[in-house]
Design a protein around this ligand. Sequence first.
Ligand code: MEV
Length: 299
Amino acid sequence: MTICSAPGKVFLFGEHAVVYGKRAIACAIDLRTMVEVTHNSKGIRIHSAFKDEPDKNQYIKTAIKKMQQYADIKNVNITVTSKIPVASGLGSSAAVTVATLGALNEEFQVGLRKEELALLGYQTELEVQGAASPTDTFVSTMGGTVVVPDKKILPPITCGIVVGHTGISKSTARMVSRVKTLKERYPEVVDGIMDSIGDISARGEDLIKRNDYRSIGELMNVNQGLLDALGVTIPELSLQIYAARQHGAYGAKITGAGGGGCMVALCDEKNAKEIATAIGHAYGDSFISRPTAEGVFIR
Ligand code: MEV
């Protein structure tokens, strides 16, 4: 029997632009998905915590298929439990994918390294979603703060993180496709926006190394303006974002594809509670999160 877990994440900078090869920075957070593998004599059985999200089984099935290239995986129970809200921009699909790959890698003694698991995770997301960047699967595998596509691992950030959850579910594939349409219609405009987002991530990397959270927050706000220009913000997310800023956040923006899901605010740890309350009053739910350096691991 093996139990493996992998974390969710927030995007500090760069979602959507990363789909077009621009730089993005994401940070693993302390919400995890656990996958337990045991043996049976009845074939492959999936027991998933994502009952209202049957799509998640597709990630698990595809991850199993990827590992079947390396091992004779036939009679197993895969049991999933998760603390990561689904369809929220917090990387729940990547976490279940990576934890499934990690658990099978250990149980069947395949011996893949973390980098190889991250790549298989990315290929799994690509196959299920049709379009994906390696960000979510890479940060879920490695933990910490990561720069994609460079695959650099930075130290975990050390300030407060507050997440606002609208509870409005969104489809990443649909949001990616909407941005693609906009880009095809106005390439001379949208290409410039993507370049600017990539430039923000490039500056952000240096600021993270120096723990300059005020400047990071300022650039998160600029990044949010550009995401708004791409049409991926909704009024409910804007309410949460402005509430966070008005209550002293260094910066606040959506995390992930937008169109619903979550926003993220960085702040001084001592202001986190007040900011979380303000976000919750503005719309939906909120919670205080913590960065984690722990990527996928076997318990
Ligand atoms: C989704 O969490 C973030 C996007 O950039 C898509 C991706 O990176 O796969 C919109």
